[in-house]
Design a protein around this ligand. Sequence first.
Ligand SMILES: *Cc1c(COP(=O)(O)O)cnc(C)c1O
Length: 429
Amino acid sequence: MAEDLDWPALLAYDRAHVWHPYAALPPANPPLPVVSASGARLRLADGREVVDGMSSWWSAIWGYRQPVIDAALAEQIGQVSHVMFGGLTHAPAVQLARRLAELAPAGLTQVFFADSGSVAVEVALKTAVQYQHSAGRPGRTRFLALEGGYHGDTLGAMSVCDPVGGMHHLFRGALPAQVFAPRPPRPGLLDPGWAEALRALVNRHSDELAALVAEPVVQGAGGMWFYEPECLQVMRDVADEHGLLLVFDEIATGFGRTGTMFACERAPRARPDIMCVGKALTGGYMTMAAMLCTQEVSGAVSHGEAGCLMHGPTFMANPLACAAALASTGLLLDGTWQDRVRSIEEGLAQGLAPASDLPGVRDVRALGAIGVVQLDHDVDMAAATGAALRHGTWLRPFRDLVYTMPPYICSEDDVARVAGAVVAAAAVA
Ligand SMILES: *Cc1c(COP(=O)(O)O)cnc(C)c1O
């Protein structure tokens, strides 16, 4: 069927009229047409099959056409595809809420379903403000975030992204101004200077801060930066000392990507008050995210002036998305993902090692099913993507980073191929 499509005409229209993410219109580099996908592979319109080294931006952890998720969706379509969540409920939502509470760090039992990661972050920020209002601290409306962080593209979420990487100057006046702490130190180096800097900032601004917001252990789209897990405990302590809520954004790191179910488990006592999940939640099938919080938080918000959490998306708890998420999280329950992620980490560490000797390479790192080659210059996108495709792999580098987070189902050979593609891309970038 795909072969019958008039691809030149479709691509011409795409080029002239369809925005792609972070792209000009028309875009600098034309996008590649995908006609189908299965397992870890994307099939392109010209017949090439390539391993998806990006898992569709962290989300397709089981690859494509996963039989259990396919079947769950087909079955749900036969029941109900969507129904409003105001005043109505359905089993997939309730079952998924219970599943998330079981998987999440202890205490995060209350669930708000959102329709994308950015919206889950917006909901988390609003929840923190409403919590502080209920607690008699209506002046606490700002957030402390980390330099190098990424939390999404809507205005509130953007305001807690790295101010330079997020080009905050372009949006001055439209974005609330937040407080930023330095990026936490690399793993193995708990720099007391960092903890002091964080403490001093919170001290200075505590009267106006509602919450501290961070991606635990791995900062993703803000620079693929891995940091010392002990820093999470410092954040927990500082938040407690000054009455801030602690928000962990696990949208990229959740569901096993870093080797633990949630990245914050590496600092077991640093449990957040609020946690956001998204991306891999539905195994990459549907757009869905969620905010989880403690009963203390939900209770305070519910007893505040508004008497409710002031949010309610049209497609909240979409039953199809819930069904996909239940199926995908169900596949995590037997724990076999842990061995897969560990072996991907080993495969990436080994396969990426040769990149260290390339000119222009600043750093090579792997954690869980994430592998990164950082350059000392910005990537030549067309050259890097082309080199990866010649190695049978889809990669989407950004800034100074060539990186991969492959599906957990990748075989050893797939991982070796992806790692080889990252090295080849770094060599020409
Ligand atoms: C991708 C991402 C988001 C935003 O999610 P969307 O679904 O793209 O809105 C937020 N936080 C983190 C850490 C992310 O990686």
